[in-house]
Design a protein around this ligand. Sequence first.
Ligand code: CA
Length: 235
Amino acid sequence: MGATVLVVEDERKLRDFIRSYLEKAGFTVLSTGSGAEAITMAAAAAPDLVVLDLGLPDVPGETVARELRAAAAAHAAPRILMLTAKSSEEDRVRGLELGADDYVTKPFSPRELVLRVQAILRRGSPAGDAEVASYGRGELVIDEPRRVVTVRGTQADLTPTEWGVLVALATVPGRVYSRFELINRVRGYEFEGYERTIDSHVKNLRRKIEDDPGSPRIITTVLGGGYRLSLARDD
Ligand code: CA
């Protein structure tokens, strides 16, 4: 893949562990245990993605995230995958709207982390770089550059919010996205609303893309969790 990832984690063992897995996956990896140093390194090396621990001893992760965003022009800012230690930190990530592209809660499997990093980078920058992706052996095709969704060969006419929800779910097929996460992810598409309003957007989306909206196969509901895209990505 060749992308550069900066790992910011003060626990040395965990840092080295993440580093070795990312290197095995083909990334160029820089690492540090200091938030202050992370800001300097990011400015010098312009990493594509920063794996950022929220709980750093010197500069809090949220401050580092803000600095990374502020230091770079919007199009050149690194993507951020936040590491959080416990559910209360998870809440901080959500509540502070850090602009993280995704987050994982410790303990996590290294494989999961690598998959998340790859998924974020594959998404490309919001400004461009987007691609055409197909799911479920071509049943669903999402053409991000042209903003066109094709289902079983027919173009679906989606509202901007429906488009945002679908693209968010397709980031990592099979992964469950909570309503709250979906709201955060479609915010870039001018969405404002509450968690339950996601349900009505999903309902409308299903009407447009499901064979039988009454028993959906493409976007499935996970009780107590949220929604997921149940088609595998064709690669
Ligand atoms: Ca820490």
